[in-house]
Design a protein around this ligand. Structure first.
Ligand SMILES: [Zn+2]
Length: 283
């Protein structure tokens, strides 16, 4: 399996790339963007929640405990005194870090039901509920956070599967096929429970119409495609292969400097790096 730093690293990169898309699509404000990206990063380590009492397992529960301590602060803010808030957050932290970890450690099997797409759905729906009901986000944003959680989860499972192919001598490790699975076929009981939990959570979620309409809107995708590549030159410097002087040199055609098609306005020194434009009109 891939180790903890690999998971958190690649999960963060993947979530960051998704966040860039989300920002370009202009569907959520920057303050919500951080919250939904965090869900993706969390999703990329969550499948190993059932790890035995190891350093990564403890680190994961430490992170979860910190996250829920903040959620507790959110919940209590304005209703409790500062001293009560501190106690509430500390109790939440200790409960998640020690009590919940202890329970997980005792009852779950590593690479059992939590290492499956079904569990990814479970945590995605749980994320929607937490973001909507507890963190008070719009339904669309809550569903987006659920989507990030699910994407992070899938990245983790795929990564583990890739790591089970031994790249050095192309031998399959014994773990092959155990990382990315729809559900845990060896243990039907826990799988059925998980499926029931997914169905139950789904009934509690807020309407997903905003989110579905948003991500399936034609305008959004054509706008994204328009923004995918630079309109003119990459970083304002390089337009096409013809502009790369070294190609011409490789051809042995021209050592005489820029070709005649390079006008005086093409160089770096003439300020072709885009000036910070006026704020783009919001639509
Ligand atoms: Zn894993």
């Amino acid at each position: 399996m891939a180790n903890f730093p690999t998971h958190i690293g690649i999960g963060t990169v993947a979530s960051g790339m998704l966040a860039t898309l989300t920002l370009a699509a202009n569907v959520v404000g920057p303050e919500s963007l951080i919250a939904v990206t965090a869900a993706g990063v969390l999703g990329s380590v969550l499948p190993d929640i059932d790890l035995e009492d190891s350093r990564p397992g403890r680190a994961l529960f430490f992170g979860l405990a910190a996250f829920f301590a903040f959620v507790a602060l959110f919940l209590g803010a304005g209703r409790l005194s500062i001293a009560e808030l501190w106690i509430f957050a500390a109790l939440t932290f200790l409960t998640v870090r020690y009590v919940l970890h202890g329970i997980f450690h005792r009852i779950s099997v590593h690479r059992g039901i939590f290492h499956s797409v079904l569990a990814g759905l479970f945590f995605a729906l749980l994320t929607v509920l937490i973001y909507y009901h507890i963190l008070g986000r719009y339904a669309g944003v809550a569903w987006l956070a659920g989507g990030f959680m699910f994407a992070g989860y899938i990245v983790h499972l795929v990564l583990d599967e890739i790591y089970s192919v031994d790249v050095m001598d192309t031998r399959l490790k014994a773990s092959f096929g155990t990382a990315l699975k729809l559900y845990d076929g060896r243990r039907p009981g826990p799988s059925a429970l998980m499926a029931a939990a997914v169905a139950g959570l789904f009934f509690l979620t807020p309407p997903s119409t905003d989110f579905v309409n948003g991500v399936t809107s034609k305008a959004l995708w054509s706008d994204l495609r328009r923004q995918l590549l630079p309109k003119d030159k990459w970083f304002g410097l390089v337009g096409s292969l013809d502009d790369l002087a070294f190609w011409k040199r490789l051809d042995g055609v021209s050592f005489a400097g820029p070709g005649k098609d390079r006008g005086p306005s093409d160089g770096i020194a003439t300020g072709s790096i885009p000036q910070p434009a006026a704020p783009a009109p919001k639509n």
